[in-house]
Design a binder for this molecule. Structure first.
Ligand code: ISJ
Length: 96
């Protein structure tokens, strides 16, 4: 029989793996949004696109509901990421 501490350690090891996946996935996403930022700066397009964000939120809320996640959390999560992306885009724009 495993002890509670063994169980805790095993669960935490898997959580650490998931955190690494999340971070690597985010890094790949930021590589793509950086390319979008360069494209927008080169073509005088605004950093933010609220219509696109609204479509993404709607899609993620529905995926969240299907996965048993709180749709409000999905929206907050996307908004948090997009705010950082916009910050990057503004930086690219001001330096080009
Ligand atoms: C990446 C883009 O720029 C911004 C960032 C988005 C994102 O991180 O998904 C979505 C829309 C834009 O506000 C884009 O227009 O596609």
């Amino acid at each position: 029989m495993t002890s509670p501490l063994d169980d805790l350690e095993r669960l935490r090891a898997s959580i650490d793996n998931m955190d690494a996946i999340l971070l690597h996935t985010l890094a790949e996403r930021f590589k793509l949004t950086q390319q979008v930022g360069v494209l927008k700066a080169q073509n005088d397009m605004p950093p933010a696109d609220k219509a696109r964000e609204a479509r993404q939120i709607e899609r993620l809320q529905s995926l969240a509901a299907e996965s048993g996640l709180d749709p409000a959390f999905a929206e907050k999560f996307l908004n948090f990421i997009v705010a950082e992306v916009i910050r990057h885009h503004e930086k690219i724009r001001s330096s080009s």
